[in-house]
Design a protein around this ligand. Structure first.
Ligand SMILES: Nc1ncnc2c1ncn2[C@@H]1O[C@H](COP(=O)(O)OP(=O)(O)OP(=O)(O)O)[C@@H](O)[C@H]1O
Length: 361
């Protein structure tokens, strides 16, 4: 791995819990161990780098993990383990992400630009240009939830290119627009490339990949199958698609089911041990390899479950709140109850009617 990368992804995994109900999700959040919930590993340890000014294509069959990886790189979702080092602002254009359905097109433009640190004055200056690029007419005044996927894509792309990010991530956004819009986007992407910007381009269209990308990463059911020159990787991927298409319906189903089963059965501890062993081999004099790998795996990660200390603290706060409520209801002073705790069960007065109390003493 080099040091002058724009994006580095190292040993990145992503686990999704396959909850059946909302209450299962809530229980798992508070429980000490929630491993009885089925796991699904959308990414099983991806390592790659993107160089400054490079356009990297992401290809792979449906459900292979392309969107998960691009969402992690753009900070939309956290990784489960691994290092994600992104040197610059990212802007992601995806068919179904980034825009708030309740807000109008104009409000979305303002929100996204404000989130990127622009001032209202700067936003006013470029508003007309964004609206003209999106070319969605009066729909710009309507809530985004009423847009077609092509319109969402147009608006998303228009916003993303105008806020001028260092890194542009395009996830299938060109596949839903019409030809005129597609050409406009391609021109803009070329302009970005000539300005030396870094682009990650996710697409099922190998023609688009070949036209736009300098290198390609092929993601296959959570693994990085191959990364290399566009020509080489696309050619190998085409061979795979040809082979897959030639399978019988039953064999296709088996191939996909086996891959998904492996994603469910993925053992993160075994993977960490494998990475540790490999690094130890590469760095025989390093006595702290296990510690370094543990740090790389978990230090940059935001836990989606409540950490132990937070659980204990939240529990103590909840007990204190209930205790103070009971003291208040009992009518005794806090010091009195602390002195003689049984007082909490003997209120000083009882309620006999609306706003009327009767002393029990
Ligand atoms: N929130 C989630 N909960 C559970 N599983 C998820 C979640 N998001 C994604 N997945 C699963 O993770 C895997 C990877 O999904 P992802 O959307 O990254 O694939 P993709 O390569 O972008 O697919 P496509 O080409 O169809 O867009 C899929 O099996 C998907 O079902």
């Amino acid at each position: 791995m080099t040091t002058d990368y724009k994006i580095k992804v190292q040993n990145v995994t992503k686990e999704f819990d396959l909850f059946k109900t909302r209450s299962d999700q809530l229980k798992a959040f508070f429980s000490i161990t929630h491993r009885e919930i089925p796991e699904f590993w959308a990414l099983k340890g991806i390592s790659l780098e993107v160089n400054p000014g490079e356009t990297l294509g992401l290809i792979g069959v449906n459900g292979s993990g392309k969107s998960t990886l691009s969402n992690i790189i753009s900070g939309v979702i956290p990784q489960t383990t691994g290092v994600v080092d992104v040197r610059g602002d990212t802007s992601i254009v995806a068919i179904n992400s980034g825009l708030r359905g309740q807000l109008t097109g104009l409000e979305n433009i303002r929100l996204k630009a404000l989130m990127m640190g622009m001032t209202n004055h700067q936003i006013d200056d470029m508003l007309d240009s964004i609206v003209a690029f999106a070319d969605i007419g009066d729909f710009v005044y309507q809530p985004v939830k009423s847009y077609s996927s092509g319109m969402k894509s147009r608006l998303g792309f228009a916003i993303a290119v105008h806020i001028n990010p260092d890194i542009l991530i395009i996830d299938e956004a060109l596949s839903v627009g019409d030809d005129t819009f597609y050409q406009k986007c391609v021109e803009k992407i070329k302009e970005f490339k000539s300005q030396g910007k870094t682009i990650i381009f996710v697409s099922h269209s190998l023609k688009q990949i070949e036209m736009i990308c300098d290198r390609v990463a092929w993601i296959q059911y959570g693994d990085l199958k191959k990364v290399g020159s566009t020509e080489e990787v696309v050619s190998e991927y085409r061979d795979f698609i040809k082979w897959f298409k030639a399978l019988s319906k039953k064999d296709k189903h088996k191939y996909q089911t086996d891959a998904k089963e492996r994603q469910k059965a993925f053992d993160i501890k075994a993977y960490q041990e494998k990475v540790t062993a490999e690094r130890q081999k590469a760095e025989p004099d390093n006595n702290h390899v296990a510690r370094d790998v543990q740090k790389d795996f978990y230090s940059g990660v935001i836990s989606e479950t409540m950490p132990w200390r937070t659980r204990i603290f939240s529990g103590l706060v909840a007990i204190a709140v209930v205790f103070l409520m009971l003291v208040n209801i009992s009518g005794h002073s806090l010091s009195g109850v602390l002195h003689q705790p049984s007082q909490i069960f003997h209120p000083t007065s009882t309620l006999v009617g609306p706003g009327v109390t009767k002393s029990t003493k």
